[in-house]
Design a binder for this molecule. Structure first.
Ligand SMILES: *Cc1c(COP(=O)(O)O)cnc(C)c1O
Length: 344
């Protein structure tokens, strides 16, 4: 990949800016496994406070924060309810089975939404020994495979009401929660009222090179800390990485709105392409689209690649372009032109 590459595959491809690297280099550090890295403690405290949760736990990845959360919420043999498009179900390497020995029951729509009414249909009869006991509901905001869809606090609250009514845990995969907060103008602190646990990624649109934080009650995070250790996710002078997260929270949240504007413009362009058959809503920083039947998305990817432009295939049908701070106005124009020039 050269400097001229416009990389729309994911918002994880962002590289730290000079200023972020300086903040990392200047961070005071300790030993986070021994619990005394001041910068990690600060990042965890900042996010816990912002979301109205008691405690936080810094982890290497969002996969790990999700997997740890499910492990704390469940016992082997339990069942988890989530959207059929959920990252925990589709993109974590079978981790739910591997790490927690749980099974999954999925539903909802093609945009990553799972309403309380839809979840109700997935609930197992608790008094029937034939059924796996339902234990946990996982929501995802924004929904990645849904097209960066924002779910909205009202719907999430309603799903939480369902979870509470049946004594189920309620976890939020908030890998891109800041995109949702910015797009829907929501208050972070409201989220702590709704969920038992929240996973936040710093390495997506926020631009940190590494890191996710799991939020929950003090007791929940104490249990999570033991599991992080078991999974080998305890890092020592992790403050250098946490400093990137703090820098990202201070500098890169509001600018997510620019990515959203560019995604909306790109989606409009894509909707007019003669060879595109379907498009997801583009609520935030992603544009997911599908080619007309009979067309091979790999040929479009190769056409773009030849011009130094990269998109990602989500599956054999859907392509994804993600906006982030390393692809600006100029790159979006290049992409639009290259898409227009493809003769399917
Ligand atoms: C990226 C992502 C994660 C975590 O991914 P990591 O690469 O493990 O940090 C979790 N959930 C969603 C919805 C994601 O998009």
């Amino acid at each position: 990949m050269n400097a001229a590459t416009a990389d729309f595959r994911s918002d994880t491809v962002t590289r730290p800016t000079e200023a972020m690297l300086r903040a990392m280099a200047a961070a005071p550090v300790g030993d986070d496994v021994l619990g005394d890295d001041p910068t990690v403690l600060r990042l965890e405290a900042i996010l816990a406070e912002r979301f109205g949760m008691e405690s936080g736990l810094f982890c290497p990845s969002g996969t790990m924060t999700n997997q740890i959360s499910v492990k704390v919420h469940t016992q082997p043999g339990d069942e988890v309810i989530c959207s059929k498009l959920a990252h925990v179900y589709n993109y974590e390497g079978g981790g739910l089975a591997f790490n927690s020995g749980v099974q999954v029951r999925v539903g909802g729509d093609d945009y990553g939404r799972l309403s309380a009414a839809q979840a109700e249909l997935l609930l197992q009869p608790m008094d029937n020994v034939h059924a796996a006991p339902t234990r946990l509901v996982v929501a995802e905001n924004t929904s990645n495979k849904g097209g960066g869809t924002t779910i909205g606090l009202d719907a999430l609250r309603e799903l939480g009401g369902f979870a509470r009514q049946h004594g189920l845990g309620y976890h939020l995969d908030g890998a891109r929660l800041f995109n949702a907060l910015v797009a829907d103008r929501e208050q972070a602190s409201d989220y702590g009222q709704v969920f038992d646990s929240i996973s936040i990624c710093l390495s997506k649109g926020l631009g940190a090179p590494v890191g996710s934080v799991l939020l929950g009650s003090r007791d929940f995070i104490n249990q999570a800390r033991r599991i992080r250790k078991r999974l080998g996710g305890g890092m020592r002078q992790a403050g250098y990485l946490a400093a990137a997260g703090i820098y990202a929270l201070d500098h890169n949240v509001e600018r997510l709105a620019e990515d959203h504007l560019r995604a909306a413009a790109l989606a409009k362009h894509v909707s007019n392409l003669p060879y595109v058959d379907a498009l997801k809503p583009a609520d935030t920083n992603m544009v997911l689209f599908r080619l007309k039947a009979g067309l091979d998305p790999r040929e479009l990817l190769a056409h773009l690649d030849a011009q130094g432009i990269r998109l990602m295939a989500m599956d054999p049908f859907w392509l994804r372009a993600v906006l982030h701070y390393d692809v600006g106005e100029a790159e979006v124009h290049r992409l639009q032109e290259a898409l227009s020039n493809w003769t399917a």
